[in-house]
Design a protein around this ligand. Structure first.
Ligand code: AMP
Length: 571
């Protein structure tokens, strides 16, 4: 397929009126592509040349892209830089000034060039990247150049969610978008959309046969919530409760030689945990995949420190000083692969036994503390013990529950401390719009429009306006800096809203919000009509708590969870 046709599809998708229209347009384009170009197109749709977990980035700063564009235009760099700044977007500027050209580039060619740009590294790579980019731009039409420039500078952001791509692939190659769950399963096990596209082309058989692979992140299983110990006992019956450690969840892969560490968002964060990996390397020789909570401990007393401490490790160059100041301990609670066997389909009790066999003591490693509980009293006792030990509460696990990759279900239920007069848990919501500030907040945002995620419809449904809880710094600089890159003229097609904020955003930024209660509302779309006809759900007295950069928009609190929280308020 020509890249031109592909770009035309992207523009159509960007303007699509509904998600279903998006799915149809994408499916049509997938069918038109030669099979070998389908996985490449799937990657380009995400603005990437490799799955995110491979960590292959373009390494082209906007400054460099400007230089490449100046080269093609034969203009002065400073002049082009100024014009781009004025326009606010390098793609829009390129579209305006480049001459019309019948490019004839194919998807494969563009992918190949972009991949070469990403892979080039080391001495002199900046110059080579720039020259390669300039050659590509010189062969492209203005529309094509705009997409290429946005891609290499990380600003493509079409807002096509993974679920939408999977549904379009199902429609294109299995003839039925209702077969999305089959593709979802393959995606949950491999986290690789391009690979799933390849399997979908082969057919249902290939999709069913997919297995997890050491090195490729498995999408993490998540915990449901219930209001209190009685409900947990009722739902799970006698079960295993484990301490809920408050650190960063890590999925560690080892193939016998090499380690990978993935975050909850499946980013490759291997470089963040050299000490943890050294510990594992000392005691393990055989391949495995395990999950642990990495918790910073006091270097002197060994006591656990709160979550915020691990954020100090999220820097480019982790120095020995930082490692010494913020040492971590890994509390291992899950095993997905060991001894050449995939364990995710095995019940919890069997996985836990395998985990205990796998485990070797080390001062930096510990098994998650667990207890078999048969009564509410035992559960509450263990909960109190966990708080005393410096944990957040418990994760209660169903003895026969398998590891459900990428799902939030009642095989795991979290039990956290509730604060009187407040909902017992906070919500992680996606910012989809905002109202401009007045008075003291002029020039910034006054309040944000925040939404929950509906995975069945793959859309964001509004739940609340949040205006309190922000510091002066948040209001002054942080919010505009974080949100402005996502601003858009109109409502995003995956956002469902009855309110009209002053500005709209791509669903990207996730924030944690606390509130006093959940009420019915005619103004919000969250779970609209589910509890009562003509009503959605809304938060009362919402307050911003913190940014949740570790969560993708699709990992936000789901609309189903909000309904459960609503119903559980009086339970
Ligand atoms: P939440 O982030 O509130 O949805 O709670 C679930 C999280 O608790 C998981 O994603 C883990 O990061 C964390 N966690 C801490 N200890 C455990 C444990 N023993 N088992 C499972 N998850 C745990």
């Amino acid at each position: 397929m020509t890249f031109r046709r592909f770009v035309a599809t992207l523009l159509e998708v960007e303007r699509a009126s509904s998600r279903l229209a998006m799915v149809r347009m994408l499916a049509e384009a997938f069918r038109e592509l030669p099979p070998e170009e389908v996985p490449l197109a799937v990657l380009l749709l995400q603005g990437r040349v490799a799955p995110e977990f491979e960590g292959l980035e373009f390494g082209v700063a906007e400054k460099e892209a400007v230089k490449a564009l100046a080269l093609v235009l034969g203009r002065d760099e400073a002049e082009v830089a100024r014009a781009v700044k004025e326009k606010g977007d390098i793609g829009a500027y390129a579209r305006e000034v480049l001459p019309e050209r019948e490019g004839g580039l194919t998807v494969r060619q563009v992918y190949g060039e972009l991949r070469a740009i990403a892979e080039d590294s080391g001495k002199g790579s900046q110059l080579r990247k720039r020259e390669r980019l300039a050659r590509l731009l010189a062969a492209a039409s203005p529309e094509e150049a705009a997409v290429i420039l946005r891609t290499v500078t990380g600003r493509l952001r079409l807002g096509v969610g993974d679920a939408t791509v999977l549904e379009a692939l199902a429609l294109a190659f299995l003839g039925d978008r209702g077969k999305r769950p089959l593709l979802e399963r393959a995606y949950n096990l491999t986290s690789d959309l391009a690979h799933v596209a390849r399997l979908a082309l082969e057919g249902e058989e290939a999709l069913r046969a997919v297995k997890l692979e050491v090195g490729k992140p498995v999408r993490m299983m998540l915990a449901e919530r219930l209001p209190g110990p009685e409900q947990i006992m009722e739902k799970l019956g006698p079960h295993y409760a484990e301490h809920k450690y408050d650190g960063e969840r890590v999925q560690v892969h080892f193939n016998g030689e090499r380690f990978w560490v993935y975050s909850r968002r499946l980013e490759n964060i291997t470089h963040q945990y050299p000490d943890l990996l050294a510990a594992l390397g000392e005691v393990q020789q055989e391949p495995f995949i395990v999950e642990a909570e990495a918790v910073v401990v006091d270097p002197v007393t060994g006591e656990m420190r709160p979550f915020q401490n691990v954020l100090n490790r999220k820097v480019k160059h982790l120095t020995p000083e930082l490692l010494e100041k913020y040492p971590v301990k890994g509390f291992v609670f899950e095993i997905l692969y060991h001894d050449g066997k995939t364990l995710i389909d095995r019940p919890y009790t069997e996985r836990r036994q395998a985990l205990e066999r796998w485990f070797r003591p080390h001062e930096r490693l510990e098994l998650s503390s667990k207890r078999f509980v048969e009564t509410t009293e035992e559960l509450v006792q263990f909960f109190d013990a966990s708080i005393e030990a410096g944990c957040e509460g418990l994760v209660c696990k169903k003895p026969d529950g398998e590891y459900e990759a990428g799902k939030r279900g009642f095989k795991w239920v979290k039990y956290k401390r509730g604060i009187a007069g407040k909902l017992s848990d906070t919500l992680d919501l996606v910012v989809v719009g905002a109202w401009l500030g007045r008075g003291k907040r002029a020039g910034s945002y006054g309040s944000l429009l925040a939404a929950a995620y509906n995975p069945d419809e793959d859309r964001f449904e509004t739940l609340t306006k949040v205006g309190s809880g922000f510091s002066d710094e948040d209001l002054g600089q942080v919010l505009p800096r974080r949100l402005d890159p996502y601003r858009r003229e109109e409502r995003h097609p995956r956002v469902w809203s009855l309110l009209e904020p002053d500005v709209w955003f791509d669903p990207a930024l996730v924030v944690e919000v606390e509130a006093q209660e959940i009420t019915l509302s005619p103004n919000h779309t969250c779970a609209y009509g589910v509890v009562q006809e003509g009503r959605g759900l809304a938060l009362r007295f919402p307050r911003f708590v913190r940014y949740r950069d570790d969560k993708s928009p699709e990992e936000a609190t789901s609309t189903k969870e909000v309904v459960e929280m609503y119903r559980n308020q009086w339970a």
